[in-house]
Write a protein that binds this ligand. Structure first.
Ligand SMILES: [Zn+2]
Length: 462
């Protein structure tokens, strides 16, 4: 039993008012809200840093299972109660600690928001403390973890927002948010860009909805709704015993972003090529411009965001391609329920030699492959498909038919030339000639089943 997670974004409509969007004032309110919540979060981060020993406190409890008193770490809810009693003015606790009087510092901040920032702060400080402990244990001088900052996308718990989604009538779909005006808190309605797509994901059976996050950017604002689903999937060792097991092998490359082969009972029953539609070339052109600009302006200053827009464009293209390829892979998996998805353990194409722009492009291509694996694994899991990583050694060099070592070649001007990155593969033993990426994809299955060249070697004695 496992859990799959996914996020669906719902855009708040911040277009011009005459186009059905919110006005600028409404956007300013969002900024003010995020800002005050960041300050409140910073307050609690400082509070927990000053009381770090409380975070690691052990609590005694009686264990029914073991029939004895045991110890466990303090829970987030217990910490929340403890913190509120010391920082918030209530009837039961009329006198918070004078240095940490939250009520005085943030009057009228709604309690749902307060709890949300306290929980955030607990998480941030806890992870900081454990990172610092690890760093101290490692004895390294460099890499001291920095103090946690207060910025984060606020989580909206019930009581701070409500979704009014009345079918697909755009005039009736909006989200009510409790926002800060600078002096007080009030409810404001924001129109949303509601779509069939969102409605379908939101109401899909089996998915449990969690509290959304409010993401406010310069020109846009979104609600990120995360959903989880319980997934029942067989373990790979169990699936491997079945004689009719279907395996979906994927070979990730640069031009052919993914070559997907489906195999059942030792025969390839389906092949899908997902090409990059010129993405590699396109990205290379942009990176060449970036490299040129960097060269013209001397060495890029560290941490300077030069060429921001170009980089954003490149990143978006990569992200988009990764999602699309992952979806193609998941679509193939969906056609074969109970199949196992196979990836090679990522081998890096080293960004060495050549020009700077070429090296940058290689690095981007490597990142893209990592992303595809990550997204495809997630998407496949939501439909109950488990992913296995296989040994990638030699998948592109050995013949998928007889297992001999072959060579890669290309045709240039009608002539065969042997090149390392040729798009064709040729086996000198059985004279098999085929697409090199397809050959590698078929080898992924061999590697999974331990056949041919990938046979488990007998253990050496001694
Ligand atoms: Zn061969």
């Amino acid at each position: 039993m496992g859990q799959a997670t996914r996020t669906t974004k719902l855009s708040l409509s911040l277009d011009k008012r005459d186009q059905g969007g919110a006005n600028c004032e409404k956007h300013a309110l969002l900024d003010a809200t995020v800002q005050v919540l960041t300050q409140a979060r910073t307050f609690y981060i400082d509070f927990f840093l000053a009381h770090a020993d409380k975070l690691v406190e052990r609590v005694a409890y009686y264990s029914e299972k073991h029939m004895e008193m045991r110890e466990r770490a303090i829970s987030a809810n217990e910490l929340l109660t403890w913190t509120e009693a010391r920082t918030v003015e209530t009837k039961e606790h009329p006198h918070p600690w004078p240095d940490w009087n939250f009520t005085e510092a943030f009057p009228a901040l709604p309690f749902v928001y307060r709890r949300s920032v306290i929980k955030d702060a607990i998480g941030k400080v806890r992870s900081y403390l454990s990172n610092r402990a690890n760093w101290e244990k490692s004895g390294k001088k460099k890499g001291r973890p920095g103090l946690p900052g207060g910025t984060n996308h606020p989580t909206l718990y019930e009581g701070a927002f409500s979704l009014e989604l009345d079918g697909l009538d755009l005039r009736k779909t909006f989200v009510r948010l409790k926002v800060y005006t600078g002096q007080s808190w009030k409810w404001v309605n924001y129109p949303v860009k509601y779509s069939r797509y969102f409605e379908q994901r939101r109401t899909e059976p089996g998915w449990e909805e969690h509290s959304p996050k409010l993401v406010v950017r310069k020109h846009a604002a979104e609600l990120h709704v995360s959903q989880t689903k319980e997934v029942r999937a067989k373990k790979i060792v169990e699936s491997k015993l079945s004689p009719d097991l279907v395996t979906v092998g994927v070979d990730l490359n640069v031009k052919n972003l993914a070559v997907i082969t489906v195999r059942q009972s030792a025969a390839i029953i389906e092949t899908v090529f997902v090409t990059d539609h010129g993405l590699d070339q396109h990205r290379y052109r942009h990176l060449k411009r970036i490299a040129k600009k960097q060269w013209q302006s001397g060495k890029p200053v560290k941490d300077e965001h030069s060429n921001q827009q170009l980089w954003r464009h490149v990143r978006r293209m990569n992200e988009d391609a990764a999602q699309k390829v992952a979806r193609s892979i998941a679509r193939v998996c969906a056609a074969y329920p109970g199949c196992v998805l196979l990836f090679e353990r990522l081998r890096k194409i080293k960004p060495k030699g050549a020009s700077k722009s070429r090296r940058m492009n290689r690095r981007q291509a490597n990142q893209l492959r990592g992303k595809i694996t990550h997204y495809a694994r997630q998407k496949a899991y939501t439909i109950g498909t488990v992913t296995a990583e296989v040994n990638s050694y030699g998948t592109s060099q050995y013949c998928s038919r007889c297992g001999a070592r072959g060579e890669r070649f290309s045709f240039r001007n009608g002539k065969r030339i042997r090149v390392k990155w040729g798009n064709l593969f040729c086996c000198p033993v059985c004279r098999y000639e085929t697409n090199a990426d397809w050959n590698a994809s078929v080898n992924v299955h061999h590697s999974f089943f331990g056949e041919l060249h990938w046979q488990p070697r007998p253990k050496r004695s001694g």
